[in-house]
Design a protein around this ligand. Structure first.
Ligand SMILES: [Zn+2]
Length: 285
């Protein structure tokens, strides 16, 4: 088992929240071994702003993942940062943020990967704690499915199929390695359908949305972004990225074989909650 890590130094960046449209700054700060990952809202009453990562803190999964603590303090759109932390093996971190939402940036994990690289990692003496899956657990909702089985290593088998030329039926297998994440997944952007943009605006969401923060799939089969797609299969890659972030919401890496079909944040969170709901399902590794 590898040793626990944190960042060598604090690093920060600023950007706009996709849904709130608010400008905010995120500061990633080193933490001690066994501290885990926590968000600290610096713009709320002192003592009410700490949100520790755990599957039970996930309170809303409409379009993005929102975490909430006992003081009803929330932080939204945490998943792309969480995916980068998971893949690069950052176990202990304080994430300070001066607003309700983590900036969407370019809609991928790449800016977070670059920020973590800028800080560098240090290792502690203690090995990382991980969750070992002991039973086959699954959630099925219509044609969507998420499942995890016992296995010696993490892996993700993912299938997507969307009504768009860039979303044709695609199956991919990922081993969750840092090398693979950096090369194949980190740059894949979040996406939405042209018709959904208006629906979301009507709901008061995506106030900070622009062509720079998501791939917009047009009804004529093209994408609206002038640079086009970053990968022909960018959609399945981004869905895999979301899975990494959603699974790390357990607070620890999970050792098991994941199989997902048309995954979403809500389904992923239900799977993790079901896994952790019974101590017969899992153990520490
Ligand atoms: Zn996403």
């Amino acid at each position: 088992m590898r040793k626990q890590t944190t960042l060598k130094k604090s690093v920060s960046l600023s950007g706009t929240g996709l849904h709130s449209g608010k400008e905010c700054t995120v500061k990633l700060c080193p933490a001690d071994e066994f501290d885990g990952i926590s968000f600290h809202r610096t713009d709320v009453i002192p003592g009410s702003g700490i949100i520790n990562i755990c599957a039970g803190a996930v309170s809303d999964t409409r379009l993005c993942t929102t975490l909430k603590n006992d003081h009803n303090t929330t932080v939204s759109t945490v998943e792309h940062l969480m995916a980068a932390l998971y893949a690069l093996g950052v176990d202990n971190l304080v994430i300070e943020v001066d607003g309700p939402e983590i900036p969407i940036l370019d809609g991928s994990s790449q800016p977070w990967v670059e920020l973590i690289d800028e800080a560098g990692l240090i290792k502690f003496d203690e090995p990382v704690k991980a969750i070992r899956v002991k039973k086959d657990i699954s959630i099925k909702e219509g044609i969507c499915m998420a499942r995890v089985k016992p296995a010696a290593e993490f892996s993700l088998d993912i299938f997507v199929d969307y009504p768009h030329p860039y979303g044709k039926p695609t199956q991919r297998y990922y081993d969750g390695s840092e090398y693979e994440f950096r090369k194949e997944i980190a740059k894949a952007r979040t996406f939405c359908m042209e018709k959904d943009v208006k629906n979301m605006q009507d709901l008061g969401l995506i106030k900070g949305g622009s062509i720079d923060c998501a791939l917009v799939l047009m009804e004529d089969g093209t994408v609206s972004n002038s640079e086009g797609v970053r990968f022909e299969d960018e959609l399945v890659r981004h869905k895999a990225l979301d899975c990494f972030g959603d699974f790390f919401m357990a607070g620890y890496p999970i050792v098991g074989k994941f199989e997902v079909r048309l995954p979403g944040h809500e389904l992923n969170n239900k799977l993790i909650r079901k896994l952790l709901s019974d101590e017969k399902n899992w153990g520490w590794k």
